[in-house]
Design a protein around this ligand. Structure first.
Ligand SMILES: [Zn+2]
Length: 440
């Protein structure tokens, strides 16, 4: 087409020249006719020899698309579309052999039966299993039904959204208002689960932002990828998290200094303390003398040993009772609470309602209440049920070594630069390498 344009330009130039020279009107009409003929020839050439254009003009292919519903099987669907038992058998065998595919999933998979034209037999079957995979089954001659797995190219771009907690609103609703997709909001909840209590520590005016991935196929958004960065103005200060993939492919979230950002609970609040009595559903109580469940773990600790909070949270009890003596109870999030008993005294400034950070001293070991000697009695309560602090499943606390920390700092700088760019021009398409290759 470029060539055609150049030729037309040349002819036009010639036309202007000849008109100026002799003013012969017949030259003009002859040249116009020439141009018209030339363009028809070019157009015909494009249609005949340029394959995609020809397909668009002449294709008679028909598609019958079947959405897989609960109770459907491949044999059933193939049978309904006129396939013989022999073909069904060959297709099933080849699907397993060539594409490692055995079962259709209702609600996700689609089957496209392709005919070259309306009254010809099916020549191709395409199984779309999930947004990023499809399997093409070609009829072949004679009916060989060869299968081929096809991975759809994933184009990962990044999106930035920021917001503020509206008066009387929740994080969830304020984040939806900010345009953050629901799946990403739930990821943020999980990532910040040990940082803050989304029911109690939310205040109007708290600002937040999220940088996350969006996956596109042929310029159409298909789904969301990973959360790449979070910032949240929590009660105890601004919390930031950045996703970083180590050279070995393992990924994690780290704070602005490269320390593991996924907070958890410490199984043993006092480092290196010896366990003197473990968690049990029934044991002989040392003071009461009869069998009773031990709902926590006892750690040896001389009177006055500082007791750090096992995780960030809010103090929900600071009190005395006959069994526990002086005790503090902390609510960490919607799931976990911890309790520290037999304290000799409480730490200054720790009261009901105080927001504490992980490691903050909340009191000092002692032997108040039903106790035979100074120790820390530590309980973890998950969804209202006492669990064994030493074995309960908790997220791992992960810190980076020096070389990873240096790489992380580079990654963080890149993320912050991307955020700045997207703040200025939200519609700019940005891809960040080094991350999108690792699938969720
Ligand atoms: Zn105990």
């Amino acid at each position: 087409m470029e060539k055609a344009k150049v030729i037309i330009k040349k002819i036009n130039a010639g036309l202007v020249k000849s008109c100026k020279k002799c003013g012969d009107i017949n030259v003009l009409s002859r040249v116009v006719l020439c141009i018209a003929v030339f363009m028809v020839v070019v157009a015909a050439g494009v249609i005949c020899f340029y394959k995609p254009a020809r397909d668009a003009v002449f294709s008679t292919e028909t598609h019958t698309i079947v959405e897989v519903k609960s109770g459907d099987t491949l044999s059933k669907i193939l049978g309904n579309n006129g396939f013989s038992m022999r073909d069904i058998d060959t297709i099933s065998k080849n699907l397993k052999k060539d594409a490692d595919f055995t079962t259709l999933r209702a609600g996700r998979d689609k089957i496209d039966f392709v005919r070259p034209s309306e009254d010809e037999p099916i020549s191709k079957i395409v199984i779309e299993n999930g947004p990023w995979n499809k399997i093409e089954i070609d009829c072949g001659t004679p009916d060989t039904w060869q299968c081929q797995k096809i991975e759809i190219a994933r184009d990962t771009r990044v999106a930035y959204k920021e917001g503020e907690i509206a008066s009387g609103s929740s994080f969830y609703l304020s984040a939806l208002d900010a345009g953050i997709p629901e799946g990403i909001i739930l990821d943020v909840y999980d990532l910040l689960a040990f940082e803050m209590d989304f029911e109690r520590d939310i205040r109007a005016g708290q600002k937040f932002y999220v940088l996350y991935e969006e996956n596109f196929a042929s310029d159409k958004k298909v789904d969301n990828g990973h959360v790449l960065a979070i910032s949240f103005d929590a009660l105890r200060g601004n919390v930031q998290m950045f996703r970083y993939v180590k050279p070995d492919g393992k990924s994690g979230y780290y704070d602005e200094n490269g320390n593991g950002a996924i907070k958890s609970l410490k199984r043993t609040p006092i480092n290196n303390a010896k366990v003197t009595s473990s968690f049990s559903k029934g044991r002989k109580h040392p003071v009461l003398g009869f069998t009773r469940a031990h709902k926590g773990v006892d750690f040896r600790a001389p009177t006055g040993t500082p007791i750090p909070a096992a995780g960030a949270g809010r103090v929900i009890a600071r009190s005395f009772n006959r069994g526990h003596g002086n005790f503090v109870k902390i609510r960490h999030n919607g799931t976990f609470e911890t309790l520290y008993a037999h304290m000799s005294k409480f730490a200054k400034g720790v009261n009901v309602g105080t927001v504490v950070r992980q490691g903050q001293i909340i009191g000092y070991a002692g032997s108040t209440g039903l106790s035979t000697g100074p120790h820390l009695h530590y309980e973890v309560i998950k969804n209202g049920v006492h669990v064994n602090p030493l074995t309960v499943k908790l997220p791992a606390i992960d810190n980076l070594d020096a070389s990873n920390k240096a790489l992380f700092m580079e990654r963080k700088a890149k993320i912050l630069e991307t955020i700045k760019t997207l703040k200025d021009s939200p519609n700019q398409i940005i891809r960040m390498d080094g991350d999108e290759k690792i699938k969720k």
